[in-house]
Design a binder for this molecule. Structure first.
Ligand code: FAD
Ligand code: MG
Length: 320
């Protein structure tokens, strides 16, 4: 008899609650998945030494650092996303992330002069890559790579690949904002979209997905309040301050979670109007915008089951 029960395994990694869901009880597989995530966390983290990304940051202005293939490939991809026209994504945002400390102890609004000084250290073109040597060189002392906006996506995709290699074709990994799903026609997944600034279990709606990633970036996850204002963790690489526009969250549905991670940040920077126009040229990327006016805007015909717990949210159909 096939087992239809759902088994849920939890851990805390990358400062985030991690959840693995399987249709068979397999403690050993869950523990191998968590070890895999830990292995990547140890390569990519900028929150403690040693890690390969920290080694690059420590050598800023001094010399290139040879890194392993996954680190090199992810940095190369992050640099390409950073160099796109009008990109809000910037892999060299590290000095500003460290200055603001949003989501970490000691967060406060920095002095304008400090922000201006750090902005000069965030030029993506000053991240120099050498394919043949697999090395990364930050040309200015004080530069820092930060992969916080992209590494979870990469890792979610590696977990999916690993589960498939292990013969597991149904399951879900949630890395806290990054969900990647493995499904069959009989077993699809219903994913809830959190209500921004709502209670932990409050949803604005759900979508059904199969073999897709669902990534959400929002201004409600990591923030602090000062001078009567909320300061959130998605920084505008042009100003050095948290990105300010009409958005509270962007959810991206895509095959790879890496693409979802890049697009949530790109779309955050573009806002609804320009974002919707950009998506017309990328049919493989679907987005759901939630605005401060409580509009829910879908870029595709995907069915969205609206949770009427809070009827101040309105579903706006822009696809017709
Ligand atoms: P996203 O919107 O995807 O990304 C926002 C994050 O990206 C910011 O927190 C910042 O790090 C960075 N960022 C901000 N602005 C930009 C920009 N314009 N362009 C590019 N990047 C930007 N959290 C802890 O509290 N403790 C930990 O020890 C810890 N370790 C981590 C280790 C790893 C390997 C990773 C990937 C994350 C870790 N985190 C940790 C969480 C991390 O600090 C971020 O909060 C998290 O990655 C944000 O992901 P998100 O999907 O919520 O937000
Ligand atoms: Mg992201």
């Amino acid at each position: 008899m096939p087992d239809n029960r759902l088994y849920s395994y939890a851990a805390v990694l990358m400062g985030s609650p991690i959840q693995l869901k399987l249709f068979s009880s397999d403690e050993a597989l869950a523990s191998r998945v968590f070890n895999l995530i830990k292995k990547y966390e140890d390569l990519f983290t900028v929150n403690r030494t040693p890690s390969q990304v920290m080694a690059i940051n420590h050598a800023a202005g001094l010399h290139p650092v040879v890194v392993s293939r996954p680190v090199y490939e992810l940095i190369k991809c992050a640099k390409a996303a950073s160099m796109l026209p009008e990109s809000a994504f910037n892999l060299a945002i590290g000095p500003l992330v460290k200055l603001w400390r949003i989501g970490f102890k000691g967060d406060s609004v920095p002095l304008a002069e400090e922000i201006a000084a750090r902005l000069r250290l965030t030029r993506a073109q000053d991240v120099v890559l050498d394919d043949a040597a697999s090395s990364v060189y930050l040309t200015q002392p004080g530069m820092e790579i930060d992969l916080g906006a992209i590494a979870k996506g990469y890792i979610a995709d590696r977990v999916r690949d690993y589960l498939q290699q292990q013969g597991t074709f149904t399951g879900l990994i949630n890395l806290g904002g990054n969900v990647q799903t493995l499904a069959t026609p009989q077993k699809t997944w219903s994913i809830g979209l959190k209500k921004p600034f709502g209670a932990a279990d409050e949803l604005v709606g759900t979508i059904d997905v199969a073999n897709k990633s669902v990534v959400t970036s929002g201004i409600y996850e990591r923030w602090f309040e000062q001078d009567g204002k909320r300061w959130h963790h998605i920084l505008d690489p042009r100003t050095g301050y948290p990105l300010e526009n009409e958005l509270e969250s962007v959810t991206v549905i895509s095959a790879d979670s890496l693409d979802g991670d890049i697009w949530t940040t790109l779309l955050f920077g573009l806002g609804v109007g320009k974002g919707m126009r950009a998506l017309r040229e990328h049919e493989d990327i679907e987005a759901i915008f939630i605005t401060k006016n409580r509009d829910i805007i879908l870029s595709s015909q995907r069915q969205f089951r609206y949770t009427h717990s809070d009827d101040r949210y309105r579903l706006i159909d822009c696809t017709v």
